[in-house]
Design a protein around this ligand. Structure first.
Ligand code: RNT
Ligand code: ZN
Length: 418
C-alpha cells in the first residue's frame, strides 16, 4: 500500500505537478510572525502611553496574555514549535527592554533590543522591525510625521531614525536583511480644509529619515498606506496613492495590508501590478471582516489568491516579504499565531500545487472552459496529504494535534498569569 503522501504525489504528478519540489520551495519561504498578537499590541514600555492608540483596536479578554518580554518570547517559542518551516519574528519598537528605566522612543538604541537579538540568534531565526508611531502622548493629537508642530514632527523623525539603526543592528546580527515597516496613523476624523499640507510634511519627514544612510544588505524600509482608521475616517495622510508614489520615486518597498483597502478590493490582484514596477514589496496578511478588524487569517479565497500570486510567478517569492498583521484577544493568542501562520503556508502550498502550466496553456488558447474546469477540479485534489507530509518533514504536528499542545500550555503556563 502506498502512503497517503505517495498516492497524492502520483495524482499531482499526472497533472504535471512535482509535490516534492513544491515542499522544497515552501520550506524556503519565511513568514514573519507579528509579535503583537501575543499581547494585544500593548508592548513593554515604561512610558505613560495609555491605551492602544492610532485607531487600532484589539477586542476580547482571553486570559493569559504575555505580561513581559520573557513571557512573550516563551509564547513565541511555543508557537514556532508548532509551525513548520523557518520563519521570522516581527517586532515593534514598543517591545523595547529598558530595564525599568524610562527611555523615550527617540532615544531607543540596539541595546534595548539586545535580549530579542540574543533570543533570535539562539533560535536561528531572523527579526523584522517597526517604528511605533502610536500609543504615545506625542501621537495623541493624531499627527506624527505629518504634524504641523515642528518639535512633534522632529521627535517622530528621530524615532524612525533610531529604529532604522536598531534594524541595522538586527540585520548585522542575523546575517539576513531586516525589513522595517513604517506605518503612521495620521489623519482627520472629519473633512479637512487642507489635504495637501500634511502630505507635503510627510514627504519631508520621510526624506529626512531616509537621508540617514543604512546598508540595504542589513535593513530595507517599507511604507504602509491605509484607507482609514477608527477616529480617522475622513482623511488618512498616508494613503495608498501617497506611498505608492513615494516608494516608486524613492525606491522603497511598499507594504500591502489586506485590511487597508475598500472591502471589495483584493491585494492579491495588486501584487503583479506592483511587482512590474517595484523591486520588492512587503505584505501584511490580515483578515478584514466588514472593516479593518484584524481577524485571524483563515484559509479563505482571498488568502488562497494571495498565496497563488506569490508563488505562481518565477522569482516573486524572494522579492515579496510576507508578514502577518492581526490581533485577536478573544481566543488563545498562541493558537491565533499557529492558525494564521499555518494558513498562510497552506495558501502558498495550494498555489505551488496549482496546475499552472495547464491553466496557462488553456488560457493561451482562449479555452476558458478548460481553465475554469481545471481550477475547480484542482480544489478536490488531496492537498491535505501533501501538507501533512510537509509538517512531518519539518517535525511539527501534522493535523490538529498542535491544539492539544496549546491547550496543555494554557493549563500549565497561561493559567498562572493573573
Ligand atoms: C495599522 C497597520 C499596522 C499595525 C501594526 C501594529 O492599521 O496595519 O501595520 O497594525 O504595525
Ligand atoms: Zn499592517
Amino acid at each position: 500500500m502506498p502512503s497517503v503522501y505517495e498516492s497524492a504525489k502520483s495524482q499531482y504528478a499526472s497533472l504535471g505537478i512535482d509535490t516534492d519540489a513544491a515542499l522544497a520551495t515552501l520550506a524556503a519561504i519565511p513568514i514573519s510572525l507579528h509579535c503583537w498578537q501575543g499581547d494585544d499590541v500593548t508592548g513593554f514600555e515604561n512610558l505613560d502611553g495609555g491605551a492602544l492608540g492610532g485607531g487600532l483596536a484589539a477586542t476580547g479578554n482571553y486570559p493569559g496574555k504575555a505580561r513581559n518580554p520573557d513571557e512573550l518570547r516563551a509564547d513565541l517559542d511555543k508557537s514556532l514549535s508548532l509551525i513548520p518551516g523557518k520563519n521570522r519574528v516581527n517586532l515593534h519598537a514598543l517591545y523595547a527592554e529598558t530595564a525599568g528605566k524610562k527611555v523615550d522612543r527617540d532615544q531607543l538604541t540596539p541595546e534595548h533590543f539586545s535580549r530579542w537579538i540574543d533570543w533570535s540568534k539562539n533560535r536561528k531565526i531572523a527579526l523584522d522591525f517597526n517604528p511605533s508611531f502610536f500609543s504615545h502622548p506625542l501621537a495623541a493629537a493624531g499627527f506624527t510625521l505629518s504634524s504641523a508642530d515642528q518639535s512633534t514632527r522632529q521627535f517622530w523623525i528621530n524615532h524612525a531614525i533610531a529604529c532604522r539603526t536598531i534594524a541595522e543592528a538586527m540585520g548585522k546580527a542575523q546575517g539576513t536583511t531586516c525589513i522595517t515597516n513604517h506605518w503612521i496613523p495620521d489623519g482627520y476624523k472629519d473633512i479637512p480644509a487642507d489635504r495637501e499640507a500634511p502630505r507635503a510634511r510627510l514627504i519631508q519627514s520621510l526624506d529626512d529619515i531616509f537621508s540617514h544612510p543604512i546598508d540595504p544588505a542589513l535593513n530595507k524600509d517599507a511604507l504602509e498606506g491605509k484607507l482609514f482608521g477608527i477616529g480617522v475616517e475622513s482623511y488618512t495622510v498616508g494613503s495608498h496613492e501617497f506611498y505608492l508614489s513615494y516608494a516608486l520615486t524613492r525606491k522603497k518597498l511598499l507594504t500591502l495590508d489586506a485590511g487597508h483597502y475598500h472591502p471589495t478590493e483584493s491585494i492579491a490582484d495588486k501584487i503583479s501590478a506592483l511587482m512590474l514596477f517595484l523591486p520588492e514589496i512587503l505584505l501584511h496578511v490580515s483578515r478584514p471582516v466588514r472593516w479593518d478588524s484584524d481577524h485571524v487569517v483563515i484559509l479563505d479565497d482571498e488568502l488562497r489568491s494571495i498565496g497563488r500570486e506569490i508563488v505562481a510567478q518565477k522569482g516573486f517569492a524572494s522579492r515579496i516579504h510576507i508578514g502577518l498583521d492581526y490581533f485577536d484577544a478573544s481566543i488563545n493568542r498562541i493558537a491565533a499565531w499557529v492558525i494564521g501562520t499555518r494558513n498562510m503556508q497552506k495558501a502558498l502550498l495550494l498555489g505551488l500545487l496549482d496546475p499552472v502550466e495547464k491553466l496557462r496553456a488553456a488560457e493561451g488558447e482562449g479555452d476558458y472552459t478548460t481553465r475554469l474546469a481545471l481550477q475547480e477540479e484542482a480544489k478536490s485534489l488531496p492537498f491535505g496529504a501533501v501538507w501533512g507530509q510537509f509538517c512531518e518533514q519539518m517535525n511539527v504536528p501534522r493535523g490538529g494535534a498542535w491544539l492539544a499542545e496549546v491547550k496543555g500550555y494554557e493549563r500549565s503556563v497561561l493559567a498562572n498569569r493573573r
